[in-house]
Design a protein around this ligand. Structure first.
Ligand SMILES: Cc1cc2nc3c(=O)[nH]c(=O)nc-3n(C[C@H](O)[C@H](O)[C@H](O)COP(=O)(O)OP(=O)(O)OC[C@H]3O[C@@H](n4cnc5c(N)ncnc54)[C@H](O)[C@@H]3O)c2cc1C
Length: 454
């Protein structure tokens, strides 16, 4: 029995952590490690809101580990070199981690595993972030799905998932290796714009579990209707917790099933909610099979779309919630203040940027990447391509949401706009006039789509 390193990445939890579980059951000593190496994720290293979340999530993980008689060792630098250094310092002979599916991380991990094996180190990775591995859900001709409904039907053949793993006993080494202080990772903003984030979230595994419990008790059964109203608490707000792996999709499935007391798929609210967890799966599977979709449209003809070229001012108005369309601006301010935006409003602001402003979807994706606490390369790329009409199972290009009608339908009492944009309603305020005429911009967008249709 020897010492093992458990390399934490975006699996910042103790429950249902296969790497931790296997290391702890097979080795006499376990050393949990986090290596800060954002350059290895370039060009998609975490944005400002994600870094804020990461800081607090690492702090929470260290606290949770200390509660189990262990601790989190923090380092920064190249992952391979840092692991080699730690293996050398601790005499460990094995490294365990859970897999991630972003293209840069897959390439890094493959090379790293080969190098560790060549060093004679036992290097072992596990499935933890998804319900099913992307290479296991394929059509009968062995190609990946591009349409969600048959994809999810195929997934359901392999589900429910196995029960989540419990927290293992964590045998500590006699001497702990040195750890950097968390502040040395420099994750928090220098200008403290993060008060709204701190007020909105309980970061960490305990917060994730509390949020899941709350949602199962109050929102799950009405989710099919409740999820469409941005002014009400009808959705789970689990996305940042899932992104950072503070909770696993297996745990979510299991909690939903327990709440239903039977097959969750036979309850409308639960089935609709699990289908959304299915969209998360789909996004990761799509990214795995088409890694270029972070920057390029899946449907190649969309690369020739006649985007506006002089859009700096318009983009800034959109980013700052100054478009003159209250629902759009309320959403963009919700994003800026809380690091999160309701899904319906994400679809609206994205449609507005891409279709009415004719600004490339990649600009919107980049802004979301920096400002969302749940910024996730798979879900963000899929969401933007879906809205632009150029991705898998995309919204038809001619569907252009009218923000005024959408407000009447989904925020009829104005609760959402009032919460995030109180000034929009007060007469004589400084609220801007619409930056773009909806009818004209819609016609221009449709003309642009006609040009690339063939
Ligand atoms: C333009 C655009 C960009 C987006 N960017 C992201 C992103 O960077 N990160 C992200 O997690 N989600 C993204 N989404 C998907 C979705 O908006 C969020 O997952 C959801 O709003 C998160 O809130 P929630 O946890 O309350 O969701 P709930 O409605 O409670 O859903 C539960 C979970 O299912 C998953 N989910 C729900 N809808 C989707 C979806 N359409 N695609 C993928 N997963 C989904 C999420 O993990 C979510 O936490 C984006 C959507 C759009 C239209």
């Amino acid at each position: 029995m020897s010492t093992a390193l458990v390399w934490f990445r975006r699996d910042l939890r103790l429950i249902d952590h296969p790497a931790l579980h296997h290391a702890a059951t097979r080795h006499a000593r376990v050393i949990p490690v986090y290596i800060h190496a954002p350059h290895e994720e370039a060009p998609w290293q975490p944005g400002a809101a994600s870094r804020w979340w990461l800081h607090h999530s690492l702090a929470a993980l260290d606290t949770a580990l200390r509660g189990q008689g262990s601790r989190l060792i923090l380092r920064q630098g190249d992952s391979l070199n840092t692991l080699r250094q730690l293996l050398h310092e601790t005499g460990a002979a094995a490294v365990y981690w859970n897999r991630l599916y972003e293209p840069a991380i897959i390439a890094r991990d493959r090379a790293l595993k080969t190098a560790l094996h060549a060093d004679g180190i036992h290097a072992e990775s596990h499935q933890a972030a998804l319900l099913l591995e992307p290479w296991t859900v394929l059509k009968s001709d062995q190609t990946p799905y591009q349409v969600f409904t048959p994809f999810w039907k195929a997934c359901l053949q392999h589900l429910p998932p196995p029960a989540p793993l419990p927290i293992p006993a964590l045998p500590a080494p006699e001497h702990w290796p040195d750890s950097l202080p968390l502040d040395a990772l420099d994750l928090l903003p220098r200008i403290r714009w993060d008060a709204g984030l701190a007020a909105a979230w309980q970061v960490g595994e305990a917060g994730a579990l509390a949020q899941l419990d709350r949602f199962c008790a109050t929102g799950l059964m009405d989710y099919a209707q409740g999820r469409d109203w941005p002014g009400r608490a009808g959705v789970s707000r689990l996305s940042p917790h899932l992104h950072f792996g503070e909770i696993s999709p297996r745990q979510v499935w299991t909690a939903v099933a327990m709440t239903c007391g039977g097959d969750p798929l036979s309850f409308q609210g639960a089935a609709t909610f699990l289908r959304e967890i299915g969209w998360r799966e789909f996004a990761h599977h799509v990214l795995y099979h088409w890694p270029h979709t972070t920057d390029q449209p899946l449907q190649a003809r969309f690369a020739a779309y006649p985007w506006r070229t002089d859009y700096a001012e318009l983009l800034q108005a959109w980013q700052h919630g100054q478009t003159g369309y209250p629902l759009i601006d309320a959403g963009m301010r919700q994003l800026w203040h809380s690091g999160w935006m309701h899904n319906r409003v994400r679809m609206l602001v994205a449609s507005f940027l891409v279709k009415n402003c004719r600004i490339p979807w990649q600009e919107g994706a980049r802004w979301f990447w920096d400002t969302l606490v749940d910024a996730d390369l798979a879900s963000n790329s899929l969401g933007w391509q879906w809205t632009a009409g150029c991705g898998t199972d995309a919204a038809p290009y001619f569907r252009i949401f009218n923000p005024l009608r959408q407000a009447e339908q989904f925020d009829p009492d104005g609760a959402f706009v009032r919460q995030w944009l109180p000034a929009a309603r007060s007469a004589g305020g400084t609220y801007p006039r619409p930056v773009i005429d909806f009818a004209t911009s819609r016609a221009e967008a449709l003309a642009g789509f006609e040009r690339i249709k063939g």
